[in-house]
Design a protein around this ligand. Structure first.
Ligand code: 0WD
Length: 263
């Protein structure tokens, strides 16, 4: 079991389709003890049965857009765990009007601010709040997307926020390495979740992905979960500051092979 004796906090589990759900399942299977945060009361209902399935009764409210909510949530966590071994940041958000249309026309100062605050700064904020409670050999993990380094329709300001999140991963890795805390990101291929349905024409992105990816398909939350479990385990003790792609190879292929085959 990869994660025996590890205590890991999981954020961003909105429902069973969430990437965080695939991660929790893999980590539970690998022997980790889990705790969960949820954004608000509305999401608690979805989380409760899933957390139970993953062997956890530690459910804590945490809205990462508010410092006092983060502070309170760690006070709550400390009542259950004195120390722990890392967290998964599986949170992203931009206002819906930012994710439809031509980037230069639709992007606003407020939309830019919110996207970066919730999708990138919150990773730093959670690292800061966790720091005094982290054991030696802890690991922090976040979820990013190819929009950080390449353009695509409608992803817009979320691409900028993911670019910030990837730099955040490297700076946190440098900043926390002396305490033997590792910080990594998984760049997942497109997966149909609640957050993804906010991106206009997401279904088209899924089919484009399958036609160009070397594996000829999209990826599942289970596949992302398995890599997350590895990255948070001591088997990955030499890996930090990295962006690991779990995307069926999409980012490595410039053109779909099939359109150039002679047969
Ligand atoms: O194709 C995809 N689905 C990909 C997602 C490809 C590559 C990366 N990702 C990223 C997302 O950008 C995000 O960072 O993975 C992460 C998880 O996203 P998900 O699993 O696709 O989406 P979802 O199940 O909706 O979980 C994201 C959750 C929120 O759900 P909703 O949809 O209700 O906004 O992030 C949480 C919330 O639970 N969240 C917050 N949590 C605390 N405080 C906040 C907040 N202020 N805002 C959003």
């Amino acid at each position: 079991m990869l994660l025996k004796n590890k205590k890991i906090l999981i954020t961003g589990l909105a429902n069973k389709y969430s990437i965080a759900s695939g991660i929790a399942a893999a980590m539970h299977r690998e022997g980790a003890e889990l705790a969960f945060t949820y954004q608000n009361e509305r999401l608690l209902k979805n989380l409760e049965p899933l957390a139970k399935e993953y062997g956890s009764e530690i459910l804590i409210e945490c809205d990462v857009s508010k410092d006092d909510s983060i502070e309170k949530s760690f006070e709550e966590l400390r009542k259950r765990w004195n120390t722990f071994d890392g967290f998964v940041h599986s949170i992203g958000f931009a206002p819906a009007d930012q994710l439809t249309g031509n980037f230069v026309d639709v992007t606003t100062r407020e939309g830019f601010k919110v996207a970066h605050d919730i999708s990138s700064y919150s990773f730093t904020a959670l690292a800061k709040a966790s720091k005094p409670m982290l054991n030696d050999s802890s690991a922090l993990l976040t979820l990013t997307y190819l929009g950080a380094i390449q353009t695509m329709p409608n992803y817009n300001v979320m691409g900028l926020a993911k670019a910030s999140l990837e730099a955040n991963t490297r700076f946190l890795a440098a900043s926390m390495g002396a305490d033997n805390v590792r910080v990594n990101a998984i760049s997942a291929g497109p997966i149909k979740t609640l957050a993804a349905s906010g991106v206009k024409n997401f279904r088209k992105m899924l089919s484009q992905h399958s036609s160009r990816a070397p594996l000829g398909r999209t990826v599942t939350i289970e596949e992302v979960g398995n890599v997350a479990a590895f990255l948070c385990s001591d088997y990955a003790s030499g890996i930090t500051g990295e962006i690991t792609y779990v995307d069926a190879g999409f980012n490595t292929a410039a053109m779909p092979l099939v359109e150039f085959s002679d047969s």
